[in-house]
Unconditional design. Structure first.
Length: 371
C-alpha cells in the first residue's frame, strides 16, 4: 500500500516532524480529559473547526463533566448546541452520557470497540477518541484524512463506497507508528485541513509531497474520487406565528411546538407548520398542518416573512404567516409538546437555524411596537 518512493517510516517521520512545529493550537488539544476530547470529536463530525471553536468551551462550561451532562434536561443540551447543527449529535451525547453514568461507572471505554457501542460513535470517531484520549494505535478516516491518503497512494474509486473506504483504512493503518497514533492521526487531519486542500492543494508546503503519487503524476485534482451529487430537491414549508391576541400587543403570546425526538431536528422548538403538499396553497397547507399536529384552527392575518435555508439533502423555503388562534385547545397530536410564550421569552428555547431567523425578525418588530 505504500508509495513507490517511500517507506511507511519515511512518511511517519516527515509528517510527525512537520506536526511538531505546525500543529494547530486547538482547545481540545490542551487536555487529556477523555470527556472533553469526546465532546470535541462529536462536535467536529461534519462541522468545520472554525465553527466548533465558538461552541466547545461554552458547552464544557455548561456541562463540565459526565454527571452534569447526564443529569441535564435534553432541552438544556439542545439550547447549548443551538446553531451548531446536526442536532442528533446532541441527542446522542445526552443519551450516551446517561449510559456511561449508569453502566460504565462514569468512564468512557478506552478501546475503539467499546466506544462504538455508545450512541453517536462510529468507526472514525471511535478511532479518534481511542488514539487521542487513550493512546491506542487506532486509525482515523475523516474527510481530511481520506483526501490525504487517496492522493498519497492514488487510491481510485468512490470514497463513499465501502470497498474504497476499506482500501483507504488499510493504507492509513499500515502507516500508524506504534505508540504515536495520536500525533500521527492529528497530523494527517491538520495536513488535510491546511495543506492538502480540496481545491488548490499547497503541495509546495506539504511535508510528504515527495512521496505523493498524485503529486508526482500531477493528478491532485483527480483524487479523492467521488460520485456526482444528485440535484438537491426544493420543498416549500409553511409555518404560523400564531398569537393568542393581537400581534405584538403587550400581553400577546406566540404558540410554539416541540418536534418529536425521532423526527428530523427532533427535540427542537419551532413555529408550528409543515410541508406544503402538491396542489395546496400555502394557506390551505397551514390550516391542514395545524389540525394534524395540534388540532387547532386559526385566522391567517397576513404574510410575515420567507426564509430560504439549505439542509444536507434538500433546500427549503419557509413561508411564515401571522395568525390569530380562534378555536381548539392545542393538543400534542404530532408534536412532542407545545406552549404559549411571549416573544421576549423565546430565547430560552432551542430553535433550528431557520426558525431563529424568524425569531430575530419577531424580536425586532416587538421592540418597535413597544416604543
Amino acid at each position: 500500500m505504500t508509495s513507490k518512493q517511500a517507506t511507511p517510516h519515511q512518511i511517519q517521520t516527515q509528517l510527525l516532524d512537520w506536526y511538531e512545529i505546525e500543529a494547530r493550537d486547538l482547545p481540545w488539544r490542551r487536555t487529556r480529559d477523555p470527556y472533553a476530547i469526546w465532546i470535541s470529536e462529536i462536535m467536529l463530525q461534519q462541522t468545520r473547526v472554525e465553527t466548533v471553536l465558538a461552541y466547545y468551551e461554552p458547552f464544557l462550561d455548561r456541562f463540565p463533566g459526565l454527571d452534569a451532562l447526564a443529569t441535564a434536561s435534553i432541552d438544556d443540551v439542545f439550547k447549548a448546541w443551538e446553531g451548531l447543527g446536526y442536532y442528533k449529535r446532541a441527542q446522542n451525547l445526552h443519551q450516551a452520557s446517561r449510559i456511561l453514568v449508569d453502566q460504565y461507572e462514569g468512564k468512557l471505554p478506552s478501546s475503539a470497540g467499546g466506544l462504538r457501542k455508545l450512541p453517536g460513535i462510529g468507526p472514525y470517531t471511535a478511532g479518534a477518541i481511542a488514539s487521542i484520549a487513550f493512546g491506542k494505535d487506532e486509525p482515523v478516516l475523516d474527510g481530511n484524512v481520506i483526501r490525504v491518503i487517496s492522493r498519497l497512494f492514488c487510491i481510485a474509486g468512490d470514497v463513499a463506497k465501502a470497498a474504497t473506504k476499506k482500501e483507504l483504512l488499510e493504507a492509513v493503518s499500515s502507516m500508524i507508528p506504534t505508540g504515536s497514533a495520536s500525533a500521527f492521526n492529528q497530523a494527517l487531519m491538520d495536513l488535510g485541513a491546511r495543506i492538502c486542500l480540496s481545491r488548490n492543494p499547497q503541495c509546495k508546503e506539504c511535508p510528504v509531497a515527495d512521496f505523493c503519487d498524485a503529486h508526482r503524476t500531477k493528478q491532485e485534482s483527480v483524487y479523492p474520487q467521488k460520485a456526482k451529487k444528485a440535484k438537491i430537491p426544493h420543498i416549500d414549508v409553511v409555518a404560523g406565528a400564531i398569537w393568542d391576541g393581537e400581534p405584538f400587543a403587550a400581553t400577546s403570546r406566540l404558540l410554539i411546538a416541540q418536534r418529536k425526538l425521532d423526527d428530523m431536528l427532533g427535540g427542537l422548538w419551532e413555529l408550528p407548520g409543515g410541508t406544503v403538499e402538491e396542489g395546496e396553497t400555502l394557506e390551505d397547507a397551514l390550516h391542514r398542518e395545524l389540525q394534524e399536529e395540534l388540532a387547532i384552527e386559526v385566522k391567517i392575518l397576513k404574510p410575515f416573512i420567507d426564509i430560504k435555508h439549505t439542509y444536507t439533502h434538500f433546500r427549503m423555503t419557509l413561508h411564515v404567516f401571522h395568525c390569530r388562534h380562534t378555536k381548539g385547545e392545542p393538543q400534542s397530536i404530532d408534536v412532542a409538546d407545545w406552549t404559549w410564550a411571549h416573544p421576549n421569552k423565546l430565547d430560552t428555547f432551542a430553535f433550528p437555524t431557520a426558525d431563529r431567523k424568524i425569531l430575530s425578525a419577531l424580536k425586532s418588530m416587538t421592540a418597535e411596537h413597544a416604543e
